[in-house]
Design a protein around this ligand. Structure first.
Ligand SMILES: [Zn+2]
Ligand SMILES: [Zn+2]
Length: 344
């Protein structure tokens, strides 16, 4: 097992085989790279440092010293420490750093697996698998609630290790939206945006949350109008930032179209929805929203967009294409009666 300042021999290198057999001093373990930084002995220049995997280092002499192998500082300070099941001790903050970097969940000294080293990425992977499971269950069922609460716990643990991780915060926001905790949802998205101001997804999710629209999940029934002007204004600015960061983010264009509509800006709404359709002409929701916005002012246009939404969802999987069918049923008789439409 390796520790800082112990003597090692370089072994088994293929790329730089001339270094095999050289003696070196281990300096520190670099968690993000899963390698030890070592200084070759007998080199005039102290710049001769290498990053080598533990399997390429053979310990040849031992030095004792109660130092943390991650940061090389003494463990005998007031800083909290944490001892793994293998009985190796590190600074608690250094353990957190290991977990943030998604290193191999092995003790840096003896390579024994340890559940206390579970990485942020592993919590994220679990939460994503649970979301998929949740989507297959009936939302109100006991099983769905149980799956959700496990995923919230996993994400909260990940947040405790890495509060500045935008992906973790965004996913936590999403999980909380499913539990109906709107305040928690918003604060998670805000934390995601604070650490990653141009990440399009949390910008769009927070905007949709402020507008009372469902995040990610396509569920038009969650959409209500009549939100405070402040919320609508903030949502518009968040969505514009999301689009600036990713102009091809269709969902953000669609949400912006709705937000402008709520703000009473019909021109802005039409432009946003048309921008969505430039990215994806068959986007179901964008076609339905544009059809609804055009409505009686441009019946042919509205009918064409409703029809395109219906064609794009032949298996009737989306609630939006269902809405297109209903809208079309109402619009067609009016268009026929008025004689203004060439479409029917
Ligand atoms: Zn340390
Ligand atoms: Zn160990």
């Amino acid at each position: 097992m390796l520790a800082p300042s112990c003597q090692v021999r370089v072994v088994g290198l293929v790329g730089r085989s001339e270094l095999n057999g050289r003696l070196a001093t281990a300096l520190r373990y670099v968690p993000g790279r899963g390698r030890w930084e070592v200084r070759l002995d007998g080199e005039a220049s102290s710049a001769m440092r290498l990053g080598l995997k533990p399997e390429h280092l053979e310990r040849i002499a031992s030095t004792t010293g109660d130092d943390c192998a991650v940061c090389l500082n003494s463990l005998d300070t007031s800083e909290p420490t944490q001892t793994l099941t293998c009985s190796h001790r590190f600074h608690a903050d250094c353990i957190k750093a290991l977990r943030r970097h998604g290193a191999m969940e092995l003790c840096p000294l003896c390579r024994k697996p340890s559940s206390s080293l579970r990485s942020v990425q592993s919590f994220l992977d679990d939460a994503c698998a649970l979301f998929v499971q949740h989507a297959r269950l009936s939302p109100e069922s006991e099983a769905a609630r149980a799956v959700l609460s496990v995923s919230v716990r996993a994400l909260e643990e990940a947040v405790a290790i890495d509060p500045c991780n935008a992906t973790v915060q965004n996913n936590l926001g999403y999980a909380l939206s499913r539990t109906g905790d709107a305040a928690g949802e918003r604060s998670a998205y805000r934390a995601a945006i604070a650490s990653s101001p141009t990440a399009p997804l949390p910008l769009c999710n927070l905007a949709q949350c402020l507008l009372g629209q469902d995040t990610l999940w396509e569920n038009m029934f969650a959409y209500e109008s009549g939100h405070s002007k402040d919320n609508v204004d903030e949502a518009i600015s968040l969505l514009q930032r999301a689009i600036a960061a990713d102009p091809r983010f269709v969902q953000a264009h669609v949400a912006l179209g709705r937000a402008f509509m709520e703000a009473g800006n019909r021109e802005g709404s039409l432009a946003a929805l048309q921008a969505a359709l430039e990215v994806d002409p068959n986007h179901i929701e964008a076609n339905v929203e544009l059809g609804t916005t055009l409505d009686f002012d441009d019946m042919d246009g509205a009918i064409a967009h409703f029809r395109r939404a219906i064609r794009a969802d032949p298996h009737r999987r989306s609630p939006h294409s269902e809405r297109a069918r209903e809208e079309l049923e109402m619009l067609l008789p009016v268009a026929r009666a008025s004689g203004k439409s060439k479409e029917c």
